[in-house]
Design a protein around this ligand. Structure first.
Ligand code: DUC
Ligand code: ZN
Ligand code: ZN
Length: 476
């Protein structure tokens, strides 16, 4: 290897998405230089990790940071506070959103979020552009894509951001042309709004009715339709936060047919049910889609095991339990006036590790769901791997460390922990980002502004249906 390497991690068990094996890891210039048994020094720094695992830094591809909700509420986190929490939880890469305010150009939204991330980011990062108004997308997307902004977020619901079917098709066609990924919140708006209005008219306004107001069929219908749109346009899609058995089954069928369709779910859909909304502080757990019953949870686990659902994101969406957030419309606000979302960046890795271990599932699956697949499917080739040339984003993981989660022990700005009372086994000990120690002894050493923007290459796309190809003038 020549002269001294920057860092030598000795004596651990390396875990990748494929295998686990005893090996040292040498790091130099921010990248992994070598992986193998008893690597030679010298090294500027050596860390002995005997008895512990060395895993790739977590990649969380779904987090809402410094973002205004459709109802105009600014969420509780800055890039700095959220990334601090992410690093403490073992996540070194975060893809969050650049939300387009109505009446503005997409490129302005991206420039705004990029400037804020440049100041505050501690983790490596990229953005999904939320397309609230597609009218300027054809003008802005070519340059944005060229600059490495290669993913869009599309909503089938929420008045401030919802696109109609025609707009969704137009955006998917554009995305395919420019090699972008379409991430989709799929719930059919008419089914949600009809149910919500009928509940409110009958005075059924408490948080548990939030779950009723998001019928399972709304997700199933929208997921099935978005798969059809992807098939028609040839666009690559990522279906966000899948919560129902039937939606997972629709993804399974789409994959079997070779369509470029992917899906994620989140810890709260895997581990909790709608009864969390019955608690006196049920607003803390309000998110969309809502938590579902045990049969859906079982189907989600089966879908993770067979690869139908590709990965587990946090959908971190932090709102405080006060007038700045969840209680902006009072303590007794009807469910439709309570901001949706929960903090989740920090506990995601521990929750997934613990849940997999309880089910007897292997650590390689943990790495695949929390790092390798999010990196591969979101266009981040340097991440999620432990091999020569990959970014040196590494977590020293202690499988036996037990943690009892408390009321306010997360480091984000939400001010509460939806996992209060849970105990998890398995925790990050030291976190390395780009070859530098970012967390050690529970302290964050990375500085605000040190996280790097990750430009992404074009995503491979599918083949449009024959009619679309004729309409687009594409010859077979
Ligand atoms: N649902 C979303 O779609 N986004 C943020 C939070 C939530 O609950
Ligand atoms: Zn969503
Ligand atoms: Zn979200």
């Amino acid at each position: 290897m020549g002269g001294a390497v920057d860092l030598l991690i000795r004596g651990g068990t390396v875990v990748t998405a494929d295998r686990s094996y005893p090996a040292d890891v040498a790091v130099t210039g921010g990248r992994i230089a070598a992986v193998g048994p008893r690597l030679p020094g010298p090294a500027v720094r050596e860390i002995d990790v005997t008895g512990r695992l060395v895993i790739p830094g977590g990649v969380d591809p779904h987090a809402h940071l410094e973002q205004r909700s459709g109802a105009g509420l600014m969420n509780a986190d800055t890039f700095e506070s959220a990334h601090r929490a992410a690093l403490l939880g073992g996540t070194t890469t975060v893809v969050s959103f650049a939300a387009q305010p109505p009446g503005t150009r997409p490129r302005e939204a991206v420039a705004d979020y990029a400037a804020r991330a440049a100041r505050g980011a501690l983790a490596d990062h990229a953005f999904h552009l939320i397309v609230a108004d597609p009218s300027h997308l054809a003008r802005d997307l070519p340059a944005l894509a060229e600059a490495g902004h290669r993913s869009l977020k599309l909503f089938t619901t929420y008045p401030a951001v919802r696109l109609d079917d025609r707009q969704l098709i137009e955006v998917m066609v554009l995305a395919r042309r420019h090699g972008a990924l379409c991430c989709i919140h799929a719930e059919t708006d008419a089914l949600l709004s009809w149910t919500r209005d009928a509940l409110l008219a009958r005075g059924l306004t408490q948080p548990p009715f939030h779950a009723v107001a998001h019928p399972r069929l709304a997700e199933i219908d929208a997921v099935e339709r978005m798969i059809r749109f992807a098939e028609f346009t040839g666009a690559r899609i990522m279906l966000f936060h899948i919560s129902t058995a039937e939606a997972a089954e629709a993804v399974r069928r789409a994959k079997a047919r070779g369509l470029p369709v992917h899906a994620e779910t989140c810890p709260h859909y895997l581990l909790t049910g709608p009864e969390v909304l019955d608690r006196p502080d049920g607003a803390k757990w309000m998110c969309s889609p809502p938590q579902r019953d045990a049969a859906d949870r079982a189907a989600l686990w089966a879908a993770l095991e067979d690869g139908t659902i590709d990965l587990v994101s946090s959908d971190h969406a932090p709102y405080r339990m006060d007038a700045s957030g969840k209680l902006a419309h009072g303590a007794d606000a009807p469910f439709d006036r309570i901001a949706n979302g929960m903090p989740g960046l920090e506990p995601r890795m521990a929750l997934v590790w613990d849940a997999l271990a309880r089910r007897g599932l292997p650590p390689e699956l943990f790495v695949r769901l929390t790092a390798e697949a999010p990196a591969r499917l979101h266009g981040l080739p340097g991440k999620g791997r432990i091999e020569g040339g990959a970014d040196a984003d590494l977590v020293i993981w202690t499988p036996e460390a037990t943690r009892a989660w408390g009321a306010d022990d997360l480091h984000d700005n939400a001010g509460y922990n939806p996992w209060e009372g849970h105990t998890t086994k398995g925790a990050p000990e030291t976190v390395i980002l780009g070859g530098r120690v970012a967390v050690e002894g529970g302290r964050v050493l990375a500085a605000p502004g040190s996280g790097r923007f990750l430009p992404r290459p074009p995503f491979p796309q599918g083949t449009p249906a024959e009619e679309a190809r004729i309409a687009l003038g594409e010859t077979p």
